[in-house]
Design a protein around this ligand. Sequence first.
Ligand code: CAP
Ligand code: MG
Ligand code: MG
Length: 487
Amino acid sequence: MTKYSKQIQELVNSLNEKQLRYTNLELPNPKNGEYMLAVFHFVPGKGLNTLQAATEIAAESSTGTNFTVKTETDFSHEMNALVYKLDLEKELVWIAYPWRLFDRGGNIQNILTYVVGNVLGMKQISALKLLDVWFPPAMLEQYDGPSYTLDDMKKYLGIKNRPVLGTIIKPKMGLTSAEYAEVCYDFWVGGGDFVKNDEPQANQDFCPYDKMVLHVKEAMDKAVKETGKKKVHSFNVSAADYDTMIERCEMIRSAGFEQGSYAFLIDGLTAGWMAVQTLRRKYPGVFIHFHRAMHGAFTRPENPIGHTVLVLSKFARLAGASGIHTGTAGVGKMKGTPKDDLIPAHNILQLLAEGHLFEQSWAKIPKADKDLINLIKEDSHHHVILEDDSWRGIKKCAPIISGGLNPTKLKSFIDLAKTTDFITTMGAGVHAHPDGTKAGARALVQAMEAYQKKISIEQYAKKKPELKKAIEFFTKKKKLKESEESS
Ligand code: CAP
Ligand code: MG
Ligand code: MG
């Protein structure tokens, strides 16, 4: 019997017979391939101590309920999730889930129904946030992972060592299909690579889906001809039902877009994981763009109940999304920090030499952001030595960086992220430019050129009027906002 600390021993002694079946603080090797591992930030609800409540969570998120039932069997007990580690000081609980609990054939919604399903509503918790997950190789071999990746998109676009420069058409909604396509054309001829529908774009009376597709095709053909450069459009195919979603995908494919020139955007949380996995399985040759609208309900750092961006990003990768929004690490308009946003971006992006993804050593919660970079470096170091080749060739999933970015912020994000392997999509950052979309696109391209030449945007803007105006506009705006906030 391990010599527990006195405190832990008291907790173990406090468990009833049922709770004892949902814990094993002596689990010899959690990474023996039998379990999916999960680590939660966890605070018990009233009346239960940490271990009592944690075992209730393990029960409800695997085989149990609030009483032992007469119908349990020896085998059903083998499927019990097990609390196997506690960090009382950091309020962390690790739970091992026998992976045979999950639907065979690689089903993400099934896993989430367990680990962030009923448990989030239980009285026995006052805080329960899934911080990270680790998948055993046997599970990974059942999941699709991405097929068409950012590498394929960059190859199609003829891009090397820089992010894909994108925009979201704004106003968010309200343009007719012809007006919408005009804005696409302006962005593309201004030098942008990638345009996406905004997340609510669907089949609205003022912008019928079929007309939007056809007008975008005309705009793209014109822009490709004029610029001699390939372009990409990410169409939102989210819909009320499977047939309509597929009908939209087929409308795009029969409009004559060549492979690589279109992506399918899916509102992964509001349309659901089944939609994400359907698109991945039905269209392996297409970039599957996971928009995460509604994620804030689970991921905001101040939310005590839910899951992190890291967890969402890992499941999106497992599901086969080619890219997912991972946030701007606080540089843009959305809530986020380097810790919350960059760890996911690095995690879903990093490939081991043999095409493996490295494992996030989440056990160390960085005390300060500086530790974060060490954590990432350590992980980078970690993946070189293949200590934990835990992703068995699942391809990378691209961070899509959006939300309040503009050309003046591009460098600060890249410097923070320490990679240019992402897609950036700037909406207002392009279309709010004083001289309109084309100039906004040019300013974005110029900001990227400045970064590549390792000179400041201010320096570079001396000969680039569009960038100069963008700096004046967005910096003035920023100063105005700061003075408003301080007044
Ligand atoms: C950005 C955006 C994106 C958000 C999503 C919007 O527009 O199109 O949906 O970035 O956030 O509708 O706000 P702007 P995230 O570029 O004009 O801000 O990327 O964090 O998921
Ligand atoms: Mg139930
Ligand atoms: Mg949007």
